[in-house]
Design a protein around this ligand. Sequence first.
Ligand code: ATP
Ligand code: FE2
Length: 320
Amino acid sequence: ERVLGIEGTAWSLSAAIVGWDRVYAEASIPYIPETGGIHPMAAAQHHSNHIGEVIRKVLDSGVEFDGVAFSQGPGLGPCLRTVATAARALALAYDVPLMGVNHCIAHIEVGRWQTGCRDPVTLYVSGANSQVLAFRAGRYRIFGETLDIGIGNALDKFGRFLGLQHPGGPKIEALAREGRHYIHLPYVVKGMDLSFSGLMSAAKEATASHPREDVCYSLQENAFAMLVEVTERAMAHTGKDECLIAGGVGANMRLQQMLDEMCKARGARFYAPPKKYFGDNGSMIAYTGLLQLKHGMVLKVEDSAVNPCFRPDEVDIPWL
Ligand code: ATP
Ligand code: FE2
């Protein structure tokens, strides 16, 4: 069995054909804003300009497929609609089932697939999202999440403030490595939820009187400690002994190190997939589509509307 999957919730436009044990083909043409952050309409225009090319590339591999999957949400409405339209056309043209995939769940499933962990507490940290998830009673439940902006967007905004090109996350990581002095910044955990906006404002202010390296370092220490605290509490609460990192910010080595230390201290195991699976990619949609196909989670074309606010706990997970 193989599925062709298309991802296009925001900046990434990527298609892949995936089977149970390998990626047969993958092609990506990312949208990279020239200035500022991601503009939804410009990103959607990029996707419609290039989606034919991306799909053509994976079809040219000659690998056949038994279904088509697409990122149904959450994400930017105009981007989601562009990708869904292409997926519907493909499914109809090839007369194969259509699967609508929740983007958050795809981040978790590709991580489980690539690392071999079974039933983890997942810290899912990307541009728009910051959530701690774990499987319980048939679904991935959200144990904690950001109350305002995602950690990735927060880092990207701070990066733009420093004059760095989008995405700022990796550049802030590099600057933080040169930091020497910890500056006191807000640390905001409310119950199991997180808030990053106050921390970001304080970090901006701190740049007036401190070297940017020290501010980046302190910002990362605080934001990541907040994320690790909530993750640890979800592990204690659920009794799970595996921790998985997912989403673009997961590529950050300092965050990985902090999670690894937390896991070691409680006799748990920390799992991080290969770098290419942190950010958005077609393979994660195709692989989750494969799981859905196996369990009959397919859509009629007339019921395949996108859902920009699609929450992971709306989806039954029969495979765990
Ligand atoms: P989602 O729809 O899941 O929110 P997304 O569109 O934000 O996804 P991802 O590829 O999952 O896309 O994540 C992108 C984010 O990851 C950006 O905010 C980027 O700055 C951040 N990022 C990438 N590498 C690093 C890094 N090394 N350190 C910190 N942040 C990083
Ligand atoms: Fe993502």
